[in-house]
Design a protein around this ligand. Structure first.
Ligand code: SF4
Ligand code: SF4
Length: 102
């Protein structure tokens, strides 16, 4: 399964953590939104699917996420979605990406 987090929608996970608490497979973790500077504490954290390969597709995280920031997809659908998003981005913004329909 592929687990996607909309980190703009989930802007402050430190006030929630429901996905971390509810996921039976402990898929989620946190990481700084931007790379840490030496000697500086990270202030801005995002949820990250650290162990996405352990996801069983139970969808509990989606059920409990109050912001609807989580998407869980089978691998093949994930690839098609990424390709579609890349195509849309290329049409809208003229940016080419490595993804293609295959
Ligand atoms: S679908 Fe289930 S196993 Fe997968 S990340 Fe969500 S809660 Fe965890
Ligand atoms: S449950 Fe949703 S809103 Fe809460 S931390 Fe997880 S992704 Fe963010």
């Amino acid at each position: 399964m592929e687990v996607l987090i909309d980190t703009q929608t989930c802007s402050n996970p430190l006030n929630c953590y429901l996905c971390l608490e509810r996921c039976p497979e402990k898929v989620f973790g946190t990481q700084p939104r931007t790379p840490r500077q030496p000697g500086a504490l990270a202030q801005d954290w995002v949820i990250f699917p650290v162990f996405a390969s352990q996801c069983t597709g139970c969808l509990e995280c989606i059920e409990f996420c109050p912001r609807r920031a989580i998407t869980v997809l089978p691998q093949s659908n994930y690839r098609k979605l990424r390709a579609l998003l890349s195509l849309i981005r290329e049409i809208l913004f003229g940016k080419k990406t490595a993804w293609s329909w295959k």
